[in-house]
Design a protein around this ligand. Structure first.
Ligand code: VGL
Ligand code: ZN
Length: 211
């Protein structure tokens, strides 16, 4: 990958770098905390930084505990399509929902909260899992003149993947910064993500490509 120079029309989209997705959290991504110093360096390089925050009410429909007879990591059919059932995580106002302590997020201009409607999950920063209910981020970025979206954070194979795919589908030129992400990796989901990004023409780059 050739060198990429951050421009005024770029945004760094920092996905779900929250305690519950880091070691010790309820839905810990292996080595999830490793991304923090890399993302902190990237934050310094971008004029526009947007964060997402997974933000579920208690008893959210994406929690296995909300479905009797179901177990964590099973997939069930919801009205809007298939849904993986997760351990309770990122409960609104909880410590687990806070950004990782080491994340230097103060320069972020916007925090998009997602997954706050009880009956529907939201992996993507742009649309809920029904693929039609917008979060407003697409309109925000367009109004601000953003043309390129650089995605980082947790988890590579869920919220980062779907955010990047929706960004590209909305005509933003989209990149995922591989070493600034970590994957949950269930049933080959990390490799499936790599394949899908490549197929869609989403650049999988390294933070050292950005200078
Ligand atoms: C995520 C599962 C459930 C993520 C959020 O941030 O990738 N994964 N909620
Ligand atoms: Zn969630």
């Amino acid at each position: 990958m050739s060198v990429i120079r951050p421009e005024k029309s770029d945004v760094l989209l920092v996905v779900d770098v929250q305690n519950d997705f880091c070691p010790g959290g309820s839905l810990a991504v292996p080595r999830g905390n490793d991304v923090v110093p890399i993302i902190n360096e990237l934050i310094k390089r971008f004029d526009h930084v947007v964060l997402t925050q997974d933000w579920h009410p208690r008893g959210h429909s994406s929690f296995a505990s909300s479905h009797s007879g179901q177990v964590e990591f099973n997939e069930i059919a919801m009205a809007y399509g298939p849904q993986t059932l997760w351990p309770d995580h990122c409960i609104q106002g909880s410590t687990g929902a806070e950004f990782h302590d080491g994340l230097k997020w103060t320069r972020a201009e916007l925090v998009i909260r997602k997954g706050f409607r009880p009956a529907i999950d939201s992996y993507s920063a742009f649309f809920e899992n029904d693929k039609v209910t917008p979060t407003g981020l697409g309109g925000y970025l367009r109004e601000r003149g953003i043309t390129r979206v650089f995605c980082v954070g947790l988890a590579f194979d869920f919220c980062v993947r779907f955010s990047a795919e929706d960004a590209q589908a909305q005509n933003f030129e989209t990149f995922v910064i591989d070493n600034a992400c970590r994957a949950i990796d269930m049933h080959g989901s990390a490799q499936a993500t790599r394949d899908s990004l490549a197929e869609l023409g989403i650049g999988l780059i390294n933070s050292t490509d950005i200078r």
